[in-house]
Design a protein around this ligand. Structure first.
Ligand code: GDP
Ligand code: MG
Length: 290
């Protein structure tokens, strides 16, 4: 599953799996982990890789994310390119298209033109034509990840193009990440949603404790890392207001993801320049798992 940030990949994944496994945010680059979404149908098992989007790197973190995205595409049986049909194609979408054609043996590609619900029918028809040009001849489905429209058609399309192979995961498994890893992503997304535009990129989350409590409840302690003292103040907010807001929104998300009651405790720390520090990146889970 490919596509530039914010086109709706995580929303689509959650919708297809009918479960919240990926963090959704109106701000780009919420998804930093490479996560599998596993859908078992009677006739096939679809394994989606929700890759952090391709984008132009400014930091080591950016480079790492691009490498992951490209590797994932090379290994895939199928490429599902998710596009935002509510706006005209952007430069990044074209670069996707070009890159795709340069691959030695590109997998079959399906275009999912998302956010059909957001604009008028006629305007959307125009977009279909514009986006089809990115990869001529590729099957294109006009969908809405938000309402679920045409997702059945998209699934059919994917199943048809899938090569035959063994079932890789048990049919009740929906993702390969642990609950605590998803929780970290949900906390980061919550921070991004509550904070100013400049800050989100400098926040990393580390889960310090994730304990089962009686009655199946969870007790979670996590640390939000920022790069500078001034940022720490912003994240904590006046009288701790901001961190409380982040925490209660994140708690609700984690509860809905895990289906249990959650007690969440957040603290904020400074780790200077963590985005360019390979040790810190590994610590925060950005390194690809082998
Ligand atoms: P990602 O970065 O590609 O994973 O995108 P997200 O799934 O995080 O979605 C980005 C934003 O687009 C969020 O605010 C979503 O609620 C919104 N969004 C996603 N799919 C749709 C859709 O089908 N229709 C509308 N109207 N909004 C959508
Ligand atoms: Mg995402």
């Amino acid at each position: 599953m490919m596509g530039r940030p914010n086109v709706g990949k995580s929303t689509l994944l959650n919708r297809i799996l009918q479960q919240r496994i990926a963090a959704v945010s109106p701000k780009p680059q919420t998804t930093r982990l490479q996560q599998l979404g596993i859908l078992t149908l009677p006739e096939a098992q679809l394994i989606f890789i929700d890759t952090p989007g391709l984008h132009f790197p400014h930091h080591k973190l950016g480079e790492l994310m691009n490498k992951d995205a490209l590797l994932a595409l090379g290994d895939a049986d199928l490429a599902l390119l998710v596009l935002d049909g509510s706006v005209p194609p952007r430069e990044e979408d074209r670069i996707f298209g070009e890159h795709f054609h340069k691959l030695k043996s590109p997998p079959p590609v399906v275009l999912a033109l998302n956010k059909k619900d957001k604009i008028h029918q006629e305007e959307f028809e125009e977009r279909v034509a514009q986006y089809q040009k990115l990869i001529p001849g590729a099957p294109l489905e006009a969908i809405s990840a938000a309402t679920g429209e045409n997702l059945d058609r998209l699934e059919d399309q994917l199943v048809q193009l899938l090569p035959e192979g063994p079932q890789l995961y048990p049919e009740d498994q929906v993702t390969d990440l642990y609950e605590r890893e998803i929780a970290a992503d949900l906390i980061r997304a919550s921070a991004m949603n509550q904070l100013d535009k400049e800050l989100p990129h400098v926040i990393a989350v580390r889960i310090d404790e994730y304990k089962e409590r009686e009655g199946g409840n969870a007790y979670i302690e996590a640390t939000l890392f920022v790069e500078r003292d001034s940022q720490k103040g912003i994240v904590i907010g006046e009288g701790g207001k901001m961190v409380k807001k982040i925490s209660s929104a994140a708690r609700r998300e984690i509860e809905s993801m895990s289906g249990r009651k959650v007690f969440l405790r957040l603290r904020v720390k400074v780790r200077k320049n963590w985005r360019n520090d390979p040790n810190a990146l590994r610590l925060f889970g950005f390194q690809k798992k082998s």
